[in-house]
Every structure is written in C-alpha cells, then in structure tokens.
Design a protein around this ligand. Sequence first.
Ligand code: SDX
Length: 418
Amino acid sequence: MCRIVNFNINGCNYKLPIVGGTYYEKAINISKLRENTGFITFDPGFKNTGIVKSSISFIDGEKGILLYRGYPIEQIIKKCSFIETSYLLLNGELPNTAQLKSFSERIKEFNSINKDIHQILDKSPVFYHPMEMLSSLTCILTAFITKKDGLKEKDMYIHLLAKLPILAALTYRKKIGLPPSTSDKNLYYTSNILKMFFSVPKKYYKNDPIITDALDKLLILHADHEQNCSTTTVRLLGSAHTGLFASVSAGISALWGRLHGGANQAVIEMLENILKCGGNIRKWVERAKNKKDPFRLMGFGHRIYKNFDPRAKIVKEVAENIISELEIDDPILELAKELEEIAIQDPYFMEKKLYPNIDFYSGIIYQAIGIPKEMFTVMFALGRLPGWMAHWKEVRLNREPIGRPRQIYIGYKKRNID
Ligand code: SDX
C-alpha cells in the first residue's frame, strides 16, 4: 500500500503520510495539513474521520464483523461471561482462572454505597428519568472516593464495575417505591444485578438461570463498539484529564440520546404504538420513508453497519429463546419480526442499507425479564461500562492530546457596538 498521498491545491503540490491499521482501514494523516496548506478538513458527525488508533474493538460494517480485542463477538457470547469480557476489554487478554477469581472477588469488595448517596436519592423528586439520575450519581461518586481510600488507578475500574449496578438498582427501586436492596457477595455479577433490582423485602429472591443468562449475553453484546457517540464522549473527557467517574457520567448522558442508546426504549414505544393503532406495518414503513414525516423506524439503521449488525442477529435469537423458555405470549416480538421482514425487503431500506441494529430486539428481552422501558438504556449503560472505561484508560495511557476540533466560522465579520 502506498505510504503517502500527493495532492494539489491552487497549483501547489503537497504530500501527506498514510496510516493503516490491522485490517484494511487506511487514513490520510492530516495532523500537519493546516500547517502545510492552511486548510482544515470539514466532516460533520465525523462520518469520515478517525480520531484515534485504538486496539479495543473493531467493526467491519460491510461484513458485519465485531471483534473485542480480536475475538469475534459470536465466540465471546458462547464462551465468555460478562465479567470475563469486562476483564478482556480492560486488560487486553482473557483472564486465567486465578485472574478471574481475583477480579471477581475485588469487585465484591466494593459492593456497598455511601449512605449519603441514599440521602441524595431520598431528597430527589421521583419524576426523574433513571438515566439522568444514574449520570448524576455516577459523577457524585467522585466525592466519596477520598484520597484516604488510597484508591489506586487500577481499582477505579473495579470500583465502578461494582458501584454502577448498585446505583442502577437504587435508581430503579426508588422510582417504583421499593426500599433499597443489598448486594449479595455469594451471587455471580449478573445474578446480583437481578437480585438488587427485583428482590422484595422479607421474601427469598430465587435467581432464574434463564434470565441471568439472557441478561449476561445482553451486557456482553453492549460492552464495546469502537468510537460510538458515548464512547467518544468518554474519550474526550479523558483527554482533558477529567476523572473516570465524571467521564463515565458524561458517557451515560450521551448514551441517553434517542438516536443512540435511548433507541431501545423508543423501539418498544414505537412497536406498542403501531400495535395500538391497528398494527398496519406497511403504513408505518411508508411513513418512515417520507422525508416530510419526522417518523423514523427506531432500531433501524447504523452509521457503520451497512449489511447487518451481528449483535442484532444474536439479540433476536436470545429474544426468541427467552420468550419461548418463559412461555410468554408477546405480540410485540411477533410484530417486530414482521416489521423487520417487510422493511428489509423494501427498496428504500435496501438502497439506504438500513437493517435492524442492536436496539431493535433488546427491549423485548428487557421487558421479558421484567425491566420497565425507562430502565432499558440504563441496562445498555451497565453493558457499555467496561468499554467506556477501557477507552478512557487507553486515552490516558497513550497520553493523547486534549481533544479540541476546529470549525468553519460563518457568523458576522468583526463589527463595533454603536
Ligand atoms: C446505537 O455508533 C454506534 O456504534 C451506536 C451503537 C452502539 O453500540 O454504540 O450501535 C448503538 O446507537 C444504534 C443506533 C440506535 N438508533 C436508532 O435506532 C435510531 C434510528 N436510526 C437512525 O436515526 C440512524 O440510522 C442512525 C442515527 C442510527 C444513523 O444515522 P446516520 O449514520 O447519520 O445516517 P443518516 O441519519 O444520515 O441516514 C442516512 C439515510 C437518510 O436518508 P437520506 O437523507 O439519505 O435520504 O437513511 C435514512 C435517513 O433519512 N434513515 C432512516 C433511518 N435511519 C436512517 N430512514 C428511516 N428510518 C430510519 N431508522
């Protein structure tokens, strides 16, 4: 592959180096572009712009490939737990038995929350959206990590892996009027999440392995995904040397957007509305194609995947399994499958390469588990946490410069106040 690119601007010839990655991804390194030519590049939404060299995950959008530290998502989902996947993303290699045991035990050491956090929640209005509460509480965790804790950098990741599910469960239970629940050291990570969410006072909580397995798979599928909006947000804050907890708090807020992680809640609301309006799928597909109509098919389309989202295929299988294993009669799943069938054969969707993304079926599983719609994106955040932290760690270890893009100014020329 050639190592430089030659180009001409206004009669002057320039050369810029080409950088390449493990696969065929190639980029023109423009770090000296402005210095040499006076030009910058312009790329709203960074659709053609690489901002970093990362070794954490890789997506091939044309072939529907997703690798976590080189391992295909299809193998990870079959052979690893979410905790093993978290270790892999954070440390670069899968843990051996001793490493996994120590990692899991260390997480359990941080399985409580400062009582002041409970008081903050008690004083909060109950009409909050769980995502705004989770983001706020995650940021304020910083206040409780005083220097005297001597929290070493490597423990910060473990600390947050332990705390975020506790905050999520507290946020959920406060909203539905249940008292706080406690974390159970004897349970596996994901079983403990379910217990903290759903245990009822004075009643023994029995974990259902079918539900634990389905949630563990969902957490794995959400664990990392290159430079999506929320991960790039976390990286940007890391480049400013903002603390880990505050950076993840910003990632949670970015994820909440309905075009991003908030789509899983929007998909179920869309499907329920279609059902309520008589289930005429073709009418809604036509609306989604109409530029004058703001309606979009939520859970469809992706910036990178232009063939299929490998995660969506797996989520669909997990959804079908849990619905049949729990013997749930779910008209929403049937409607989703019918909608997918119609949309993917529609010329508009085929031409624009719009396929179901991870959010299209995930809400069906959350609902089957008993998680309410408002908590769907919180579950996405619990899955994405190891990925966010791995990227924050990579920014800091690589000593990356603070992220500060340029712009094209189109405002007033200099003028004076009369
Ligand atoms: C996630 O980046 C990641 O990796 C994200 C994520 C992760 O794991 O972090 O995968 C998680 O966020 C998945 C996406 C969840 N969002 C949704 O499901 C919302 C619905 N999807 C769209 O809003 C859209 O497809 C995006 C936001 C996902 C992608 O937007 P792009 O890449 O900016 O594409 P675009 O909006 O420019 O669309 C290109 C064309 C447009 O038509 P034209 O202007 O070219 O005529 O496709 C059309 C769009 O109108 N289009 C849709 C559509 N999505 C795109 N038309 C109808 N329904 C849709 N869902």
